[in-house]
Structures are given as C-alpha cells and as structure tokens.
Design a protein around this ligand. Structure first.
Ligand SMILES: C[S@@+](CC[C@H](N)C(=O)[O-])C[C@H]1O[C@@H](n2cnc3c(N)ncnc32)[C@H](O)[C@@H]1O
Length: 301
C-alpha cells in the first residue's frame, strides 16, 4: 500500500517580494501600465503584452529621467493632454519601438527580388522606360532600403538600362529616420556585408561606416505610421513592398488593418514580403502565397 508522505508546507513570505525596479528606481503601477498600453495601441497598433511591462517601464523611465519627471502619471498627462504632446511623440516612439535591422538581412527575399521579380517586371513592361517602385515600410534606420539601392547599382542598372527605380523608406520613429537620412552606420549594421561591397559603397572612419552619396540619393525617407489610415491610403502603386519584422509587435486587429492597407498600396501583380518569423495566416486571404526556396512572397492578383 502506498503511504502518503507528509510534506512540510513551503514557508510563504509574510509580505510579497519587492517588484524589480528600473535602473532609475521608478516603478509603474499596473494601472499606469494599462493606460500606457492602451495609449500606445491606439496610436500605433503596438501591443505590449503583460510580460513586457518591465521593458516599457524601463524605456519610459529613461525618457522621464531626461525630463526630470518622477511619476509615470505625469508623463501620461504630458502625452495625452500636454500642449507639447505632438513634439513628445518622437521621443515616445523612440522609447517604445525596437529598431533592429542590418544590411542584406533577408537574403532569400532579396534573391527572389533579384532573380524573379525584377526580371519579370522588366519583361512585362516591354521596351520602353520602366518605373519600378519599391517601399521599405517600417524601414528603421534604412538598411533594407539602402540594400536595395546597392543591388540596383551593382546589378539592375547594368542589366536593365531602361529601369527607373524609386525606393521609399518609411518608419514611425523620426529618430531612426535621421540615421537613415545621414547614412552613417555602426559595425552591427554592416556585419553581413561582403568586403568588396563594403569597400565600394562605404567610407570607414573609426567605428563609423558612411554610405556613399550615390546610394543615399536613390532612397527617399519619410515618417509614416502604418496605423494611420489617412496616410496609408496615400501610399499607392508600389510594385514591391517590404514590411518585415514589425507585424510581430501588433495584435491581430492591428495586423489585419495594416495588412489590408499594404494590400491596397500594391499594384496588381505587386509583391509583399514580411519577416522571416511572420505569417499572414489568419490575417489576410487576399494574397496568393508563392513559395520560393527558403522564403515565401505574397502576391496581389
Ligand atoms: C525591428 S524593426 C524592422 C526593420 C526592418 N524592416 C527589418 O526587417 O530589418 C521594426 C521597425 O518598425 C517600426 N514601427 C513600429 N511600429 C510602427 C508603426 N505603427 N508604423 C511604422 N513603423 C513602425 C519601428 O520604429 C522599427 O523601426
């Protein structure tokens, strides 16, 4: 017969353990977190899960320290009702977004563009001058858009002399767009770059990598919130759209809304690429899914 062993109860602390604090020592209450989350969601579709509270707390606390504020509710009041709230949004966006990116990030997608999409596009247009419009939505500091510009200079310019290329990069955060416009990068951004390309298109100065003007001149950067219906309706007639590694920060409703705008921004036969770890499953049935080695593309028919 089995005998039940008496297990001594685990002693519980009489008071709950102290909540971990941000480096600044500032603590966001659960109610403040709920208010920030709602505000951010309504403004840009980014949804902070409960387990990301400390991330948000730390990032906003950093901005508050700069403003010499010690209370999260005061910062909420500033961004909700402050006379200078519009100016503050750039810092808020800087605080709440993750901007990781680098040159030649998704090689499989770039290969599809180079080997399949661009040749098919040029062929479909016949002999005359051909305008190809590519949009790097959520471009962060511009590495993706500039990668495409380098591909043009390296390959397409010579192969397709009639090709007229327009590349647009947009992001919600003015801070990263400043880097994009300057074209000055750090080692992290260029770590996937072939040495000959690096030599040809970058001037290296200490730890800085300055992009050549001929590459920068091919890309236009603008601030754009993918969650802004009015602005999104103005983004039209793109042949290829990259919207990578941003949908992961949205909840289902934001994804559906943003993807439907991206669909409308494409020409017929246009192609959307999203991030390696992202999928449109359950988000949109409007696209035709095309399978390529190591990647998929979403085609508007
Ligand atoms: C992780 S980066 C991805 C950069 C690039 N697409 C890539 O895949 O390498 C995500 C970018 O999305 C931007 N972002 C987040 N929410 C946005 C929104 N509502 N509208 C536009 N950009 C947004 C962030 O500012 C950030 O720069």
């Amino acid at each position: 017969m089995f005998q039940l062993k008496t297990v001594a109860p685990i002693p519980r602390p009489l008071v709950s353990p102290p909540m971990p604090m941000t480096q600044s020592g500032l603590q966001m209450t659960v109610d403040e977190f709920a208010q920030f989350r709602e505000f951010i969601y309504q403004h840009c579709g980014i949804y902070y899960q409960d387990n990301k509270k400390y991330l948000l707390e730390g990032r906003i606390a950093k901005r508050m320290q700069h403003l010499k504020m010690t209370n999260f509710t005061d910062y909420l009041t500033l961004i909700k009702f402050g006379a200078l709230r519009q100016q503050e949004y750039r810092f808020l966006y800087e605080a709440i977004t993750i901007n990781e990116t680098f040159f030649f990030r998704n090689e499989a997608q770039l290969a599809v563009m180079d080997e399949t999409l661009v040749p098919a596009f040029v062929k479909s247009k016949g002999a005359g001058r051909t305008k190809l419009r590519i949009w790097s939505a959520a471009s962060s500091s511009g590495e993706e858009a500039h990668t495409i510009a380098i591909m043009y200079l390296e390959k397409w310019k010579h192969r397709y002399p009639n090709l007229d290329l327009e590349i647009v990069g947009t992001d919600i955060s003015p801070h990263v767009l400043e880097t994009a416009k300057k074209g000055i990068y750090r080692q992290y951004s260029v770590r996937n770059m072939q040495p000959d390309i690096m030599k040809k298109y970058f001037r290296v100065n200490g730890g800085e990598f300055a992009l050549a003007d001929e590459v920068r001149a091919l890309v236009r950067f603008d601030q754009l919130n993918l969650y802004d219906d009015m602005k999104m309706k103005q983004m039209m007639n793109f042949d290829i759209v990259f919207c990578a590694n941003v949908l992961i920060y949205f909840d289902m409703n934001s994804k559906i809304k943003v993807v439907s705008h991206l669909y409308n921004s494409l020409t017929r036969d246009g192609t959307l690429f999203i991030g390696y770890a992202e999928s449109l499953h359950g988000i949109s049935k409007a696209f035709k899914v095309i399978h390529f080695p190591k990647t998929i593309a979403y085609k508007k028919e």
